[in-house]
Design a protein around this ligand. Structure first.
Ligand SMILES: [Zn+2]
Length: 364
């Protein structure tokens, strides 16, 4: 089955007979859920992953936005089940939830009911991106975002460090290795423990990446900056397995995803640029350096710059030359070598600030 309609055709009749008075919209939602599970299954099969036929283990229910009512004032959900039978769910509304419930620009999306919680999706019409007055170009690395901020004819280096992400990845990797050895006699237990480790790891990294993204976006929003990022699509290194794992692209792609969707939400323009040779090119004379280099990029013409910041300057120049950054321009001669703006650093990650909107500290 490749479409919801095909599923409906073969199974709706039986389904209807088994649940004669059930609210019809819920049946349609059930097919929707089944359809998306099948889609994921087909994707795995296409990739050649051996997997069993999919089934839903967890009790769950999905309702489209016309199939339930939410009183945004009191937080009570009215869920029709069948004629004359409604279920009322009283949500525990915190200040965080209030923010979304009270925002009239947000309309209700689907509702997911799980045994332990309820998920309400909100929709928002994406605002039109603003016309940038400055640019924030970022080179994405394993442990940091490094870049350049350009406003008028002033250019400064910027940095957002997240060394914990690589540390967390390493720690969980080691832990999984140990578990696999220890539980080698019981593959089921080993698999379950590893999966739990994996989930924890992802939660932690997600949390860190959200904080980094929030700091970057706050900076860009306050200064009306366009954000320039490298296009990571199709970047895959052909190195050893070990190195590939260590330099896993996953957190970087994830960070880009978070930045992009949050930027869209806030109307901040994001420009994606092909990163080819960005770390090897001299932004002044255009020479490309193929030899290995240390932490600093040095060119015969006299230009020298931190390798990562140099890459971000090239990303920015590509964006400008393709007309993707509005009327902005960049003058490398105006680069203030002695100034580094810190967008984010681990010390700002105190748990006491869960929304991650710590202030931006300018350091000279
Ligand atoms: Zn040069």
């Amino acid at each position: 089955m490749t479409s919801r309609n095909a599923l409906v055709k073969i199974a709706y009749k039986d389904f209807r007979e088994q649940h004669p008075r059930m609210y019809a919209k819920h049946l349609v939602s059930a097919f929707e859920v089944a359809g998306s599970i099948l889609k994921n299954h087909r994707k795995r099969v296409r990739k050649g992953v051996t997997c069993r036929l999919p089934f839903v283990k967890r009790l769950m229910m999905k309702a489209e936005n016309q199939a339930y009512k939410l009183d945004r004032e009191s937080g009570v959900i009215d869920l029709p089940i069948r004629a004359g039978c409604h279920v009322e769910l009283r949500l525990i509304v915190s200040q965080y939830h209030r923010k979304y419930l009270d925002d009239t620009a947000l309309s209700l999306g689907s509702l997911t009911v799980l045994p332990d919680r309820v998920i309400v999706a909100f929709r928002k019409e994406a605002p039109k991106p603003f016309v940038p007055e400055s640019a924030l170009s970022l080179d994405t690395n394993e442990r940091s975002l490094d870049g350049v901020f350009v406003e008028g004819d002033v250019a400064k280096a910027v940095k957002a460090e997240f060394p914990e992400v690589a540390i967390i990845q390493q720690r969980h990797h080691d832990r999984r290795r140990r578990l696999q050895k220890k539980k080698a006699h019981d593959r089921r237990v080993s698999r379950n423990l590893c999966r739990r480790e994996g989930t924890r790891e992802h939660h932690w990294i997600d949390y860190k990446l959200h904080q980094v993204a929030n700091s970057v976006l706050k900076f860009a929003e306050e200064r009306k900056s366009a954000i320039v990022l490298e296009d990571l699509k199709g970047m895959r290194s052909k190195r050893s397995k070990e190195l590939n794992r260590r330099l896993s692209m996953w957190p970087r792609r994830k960070l880009h995803q978070i930045i992009e969707y949050k930027a869209q939400w806030k109307g901040i323009p994001v420009v994606k640029v092909d990163p080819r040779n960005s770390s090897r090119t001299c932004p002044i004379c255009g020479r490309i350096q193929y030899s290995r280099m240390g932490t600093e990029f040095k060119c015969e013409c006299g230009w020298h710059m931190d390798r990562h910041i140099n890459a971000s300057i090239n990303l920015l120049q590509t964006a400008i030359s393709k007309g993707m950054a509005g009327g902005l321009w960049f003058n490398p001669g105006a680069f203030q070598h002695d100034v580094m703006m810190i967008l984010y650093e681990p010390a700002m990650a105190a748990r006491s600030e869960p929304n991650g909107t710590s202030g931006i500290v300018g350091v000279t």
